[in-house]
Design a protein around this ligand. Structure first.
Ligand code: GUN
Length: 294
């Protein structure tokens, strides 16, 4: 048996097209152009690639994109002043501060300064708390993408056994809450968990978000399970080059899983598409318009 490959690229393209349609509609009917501001501190090459991709895709969806690049040694007070300005700017409906921040900046203080209504990363404690309480919230983009990919395989997740490996604020923790909202039964595993293979063996849905190349082995999986690989790890090859691999040993998993996301071309594609969804939702909520159809 060979697992079905979940085509994150195609699913993300479809989502972006639906966002663009809804953006065109709110522009036409309400004169509203949703706007996203992305703040990049310093010049980490990976972050620069992500930020460029966010800018291009935001514009392609018909939204306004505002990029703010600050030097790596920016004073925290200056960053907080910029965030306060974006909070007040009526053309900005979403604010994202690219992480990780340089060490001299206090990430928690910076995130807490973002207006929760514009917090399209879903990282502000007000949004994280609402999500944990089962209330309407802006939710982090990567976990939202994971749920959409899972639902491309299973229309309902009710009663399924899910395991989330990883407990970061950006992925693992919010993913657990979203899965609970879908009525899945959730196990949260992490670097200190005992006997991960045994925990995985019971799971219908496996989410690997640990940042350890190919850690989850094919032999750990329950036959027919759905595997969502959040990891993006660059590793050296025998030819002296590098390649991207996930947190799951893909070739091994192919022979056991029922469906699996590839790396690249899986979850990574969904994150920016979900950022566009969150920006559109935030813009509609701020303007007290009905929630958009995406
Ligand atoms: N760095 C890597 N992924 C993300 C993300 O989803 N949001 C932010 N703000 N920074 C990131």
């Amino acid at each position: 048996m060979t697992a079905r490959i979940i085509d994150g690229k195609a699913i993300a393209a479809d989502l972006r097209a639906r966002v663009a349609e809804e953006v065109a509609r709110v522009k036409r009917e309400n004169g509203l152009t949703p706007g996203l501001a992305v703040v990049l501190v310093g010049n980490d090459p990976a972050s620069e690639v992500y930020v460029r991709s966010k800018h291009t895709q935001t514009q392609a969806a018909g939204m306004a994109s505002f990029e703010h690049k600050l030097p790596a040694d920016v004073a925290q007070a200056d960053l907080l002043t910029l965030i306060a300005k974006l909070n007040r700017d009526p053309a900005v409906h979403g604010i994202l501060v690219q992480l990780p921040l340089p060490k001299h900046l206090h990430t928690e203080t910076v995130i807490n300064a973002i207006d929760p209504a514009k917090d399209v990363d879903g990282l502000h404690p007000a949004n994280a708390g609402r999500l944990a309480g089962g209330f309407a919230a802006l939710s982090p983009c990567t976990p939202l993408g994971c749920i959409i990919l899972t639902k491309s395989v299973h229309s309902s997740l009710e009663g399924m056994n899910a395991i989330v490996i990883g407990r970061s604020n950006l992925v693992g923790r919010p993913l657990v809450q979203l899965l609970l909202n879908e009525n899945a039964t959730v196990t949260i595993a992490h670097s200190r968990s005992r006997d991960l293979p045994k925990l995985c063996a019971q799971a219908d849905l496996v989410y690997a978000a640990v940042g350890k190349p190919e850690m989850v082995r094919g032999s750990w999986l329950k036959p027919g399970s759905t595997v969502i690989d959040v990891g993006i790890n660059r590793i050296p090859t025998a030819e002296g080059k590098t390649k991207l691999v996930g947190d799951v040993a893909f070739q091994e998993a192919l022979g056991v899983a029922g469906a699996i996301t590839p790396v690249p071309g899986g979850v990574g594609q969904m994150t920016v598409a979900c950022l566009l969804v969150n920006t559109l939702r935030a813009a509609c909520a701020i303007h007290k318009l009905p929630a958009p159809g995406v």
